[in-house]
Design a protein. Structure first.
Length: 413
């Protein structure tokens, strides 16, 4: 009786241990402590590291300003494609597309957030306001950031006489908006224009006939307005050329002279000499023969070339063109004068000529080798007469010597 009771109690106590051993034997991982230490279960597949995000070097700026983009959390080793406002056309026009070559590094980043260079582009040419920049990898993971395009209006110059033309331009304005350009708050329809679909404009404006002095220029698209102060000056006259005269021929350093344009203090002049009658200029750049001599900021209305300048001109041509223009004390230049021509001969005194002067040598040679006809005839007759006399004497000596020898030989026999 006591033995049966003990067996029952032992079976009841060992049952949980037996069940634990049976379940452990059926689980190879739990059954082997060494396998548990050396083997790990594979992690779930995930090609994105973190949450995609992009960081901009600046979140607001003017059209054309440089902007750098860095990113993290994208798929490793994939090309990043950028876009503006989700528009493929707008992205292409503004340059925010696949032309920005960016590939993520092994950690899914680019720029300072990763090991690869940041994306570099410019604030896009779009209307002013907030726009969205999107960066997306090849797996479709994307990040976005807002940028603000600031409005800007500029003009190319602030000084000039009435009639001066200048360029007004703007960007980051309203799209397809009327742009009013006025002087002294007096609208001038000739200078008004419209912005394009990207909020930009460029307009060539003419300064109206207003009194000399400062005048206000007001430019507005209805949302953005900018004021400038424009100084209208008296028109600088064109100089009248005095000397050298047209087609003048010089044999040495030349002196240029023209009438002063005004008695105003501070007026200076610019003199140009060229081998090209058009002075080689096209849109402000040299296009033909270069300017051979350019003397600017001359304080008086004349200039004399140096011998070195004269020699340098002769190395390029023999016929030249010259002109002059004036500049007032605040830097406004007038129109060019008329154009005159002149020539420089190679027969120059001193050392200014690149070709030696042989006229005096030639004249001496001509004088010695080409005497007058009368003197030449006389000289020839005298020479012939002298020659005949010499020949006669020589012949007489020969004859007498032969006769003497003959008689001496005969007497000896």
């Amino acid at each position: 009786m006591k033995i049966n009771t003990f067996l029952r109690l032992a079976a009841a106590a060992s049952a949980p241990l037996l069940l634990t051993w049976l379940f452990a034997a059926s689980d190879p991982v739990s059954a082997s402590p060494n396998l548990l230490e050396t083997t790990s279960l594979p992690a779930p597949h995930n090609d994105i590291i973190g949450v995609p995000q992009i960081i901009l070097s600046s979140y607001s700026g003017y059209v054309g300003d440089l902007i750098k983009v860095t990113g993290s959390g994208f798929s490793p080793g994939q090309v990043i494609t950028f876009s503006v406002d989700g528009s493929a056309i707008l992205s292409y026009i503004t340059g925010w597309d696949s032309r920005i070559q960016v590939i993520t590094d092994p950690k899914g980043g680019f720029g300072p957030a990763g090991t690869f260079s940041p994306a570099q582009c410019n604030f896009p040419n779009v209307p002013g306001g907030v726009h969205v920049i999107t960066a997306q990898d090849e797996s479709g993971h994307a990040a976005r950031a807002d940028i603000t395009i600031l409005p800007r209006i500029t003009i190319s110059q602030l000084i000039g006489p009435a009639g001066t033309q200048f360029k007004a331009s703007g960007s980051g304005l309203r799209a397809n908006a009327s742009v009013i350009i006025s002087f002294d708050d007096k609208p001038d329809s000739l200078n008004n224009t419209n912005s394009d679909a990207f909020g930009s404009f460029i307009k060539t404006c003419t300064v109206p006939a207003l009194p000399d002095g400062n005048h206000a220029i007001h430019i507005s698209d209805g949302a953005t307005s900018v004021d400038f102060s424009f100084l209208i000056t008296g028109k600088v006259s064109s100089p009248t050329l005095l000397s050298p005269e047209i087609d003048y021929v010089s044999s040495g350093p030349l002196r240029f002279n023209w009438e002063p344009v005004s008695s105003q203090s501070g007026t200076t002049y610019e003199l140009q000499v060229s081998a090209d009658p058009g002075f080689g200029f096209a849109y402000g750049k040299l296009d033909g023969q270069p300017i051979l001599l350019d003397k600017d900021h001359l304080a008086i209305s004349e200039y004399t070339m140096t011998e070195t300048e004269t020699v340098d001109l002769l190395k390029s041509a023999s016929v030249f063109y010259w002109r002059v223009r004036a500049m007032d004390s605040i830097g406004v230049r007038g129109d060019w004068s008329g154009v005159r021509t002149f020539s420089i001969t190679s027969a120059q005194s001193g050392t200014t000529s690149t070709r030696p002067d042989t006229s005096s040598v030639q004249s001496s040679v001509i004088h010695l080798t080409q005497p007058s006809d009368t003197s030449l005839a006389t000289s020839d007759n005298d020479s012939v007469s002298s020659s005949l006399k010499i020949i006669g004497l020589v012949g007489l000596v020969v004859v007498l010597s032969a006769a003497a020898i003959f008689f001496l030989r005969r007497n000896k026999r």
